[in-house]
Unconditional design. Structure first.
Length: 278
């Protein structure tokens, strides 16, 4: 009978944030893989649990995933730990899940701390809709294309910034998205020297470009682009097109209003007035 893969979230800074189920999962595992065995050893010591650790990081992920699949195929319970946060989220883990699925093993998660949700929560920026973009590509056309795509993104954007690269990331973001775009820079969340900085992209770029070797883990929360309001005639035409396709007037108004972020009541009144004047 195939085994069980458990993706375990680990603290993003404060060991006191370790979820209660984490210790139990590690203690009960047959095999434990860790992105950084030295860092995970400190976590296990803090939890008061002892277990052999096997490395699992970007450089050996392909080999370890095959090995992991073998253990799962034999019915083992396997735990995967990354340095901070949840495996598979901008960390190794996707290949492990795919390997588990390939042998018919179950996959579950011990949820816990997340720099993404923590940063969004303290940012004060709109959180009803947001998009997590991980790390920006390092260079070349891929980086330029990603920045260009983010320029028009209406949702709040969350990015991780690599150590020593936050100044460059902020500078490029200011150039492409506009220097007056609001940003919250969350540094060292949950740690002793936690900092939450608020301002514009241009001010942030200036602030961290002066620091040649900024320390800590950075999460950037950037306000979404302001969507331009479509012309009333375009809205009315969209409603008419849907009605011609057999959609009821009320449903057509609802769909168009939702798509363009306008008031359904006001759009309906526009439609009525437009038909009356036709």
């Amino acid at each position: 009978m195939p085994g069980l893969l458990i993706l375990c979230a680990t603290p993003i800074g404060n060991l006191g944030d370790a979820p209660p189920r984490l210790r139990k999962a590690i203690a009960g595992a047959d095999v434990v893989y860790a992105e950084d065995t030295r860092r995970s050893r400190k976590l296990l010591d803090a939890l008061g649990v002892d277990h052999d650790l096997r490395s699992y990081f970007a450089g050996n992920e392909a080999v370890r995933s095959s090995e992991l699949a073998g253990h799962l195929g034999e019915g083992a319970t396997v735990v995967l730990l990354t340095d901070a946060g949840t495996p598979s989220i901008s960390d190794p883990g996707v290949s492990a899940v795919q390997a588990a699925v390939s042998v018919g093993a179950d996959v579950t998660v011990v949820p816990g701390p997340s720099a993404v949700t923590a940063a969004v929560a303290v940012s004060g920026l709109p959180s009803e809709r947001f998009v997590f973009e991980g790390f920006l590509p390092r260079k070349g056309g891929e980086r330029s294309a990603r920045l260009a795509a983010l320029a028009g993104e209406a949702r709040t954007v969350i990015l991780f910034a690599g150590k020593g690269k936050v100044g460059r990331d902020l500078s490029d973001l200011a150039d492409v998205l506009g220097g007056d775009r609001r940003v919250v820079v969350a540094r060292e969340l949950t740690k002793l020297h936690e900092e939450v900085w608020r301002g514009t992209l241009s001010a942030a770029a200036s602030r961290w470009s002066e620091d040649v070797a900024p320390r800590g883990e950075f999460t950037l929360v950037i306000a979404g682009a302001v969507e331009s309001q479509p012309e009333p005639s375009a809205l009315l035409e969209a409603v008419a097109d849907l009605e011609s396709a057999g959609v009821s007037r009320s449903e057509a108004v609802r769909e168009v209003a939702s798509l363009h972020g306008v008031s359904r009541r006001e759009l309906y009144e526009m439609v009525i007035k437009g038909r009356a004047g036709a």
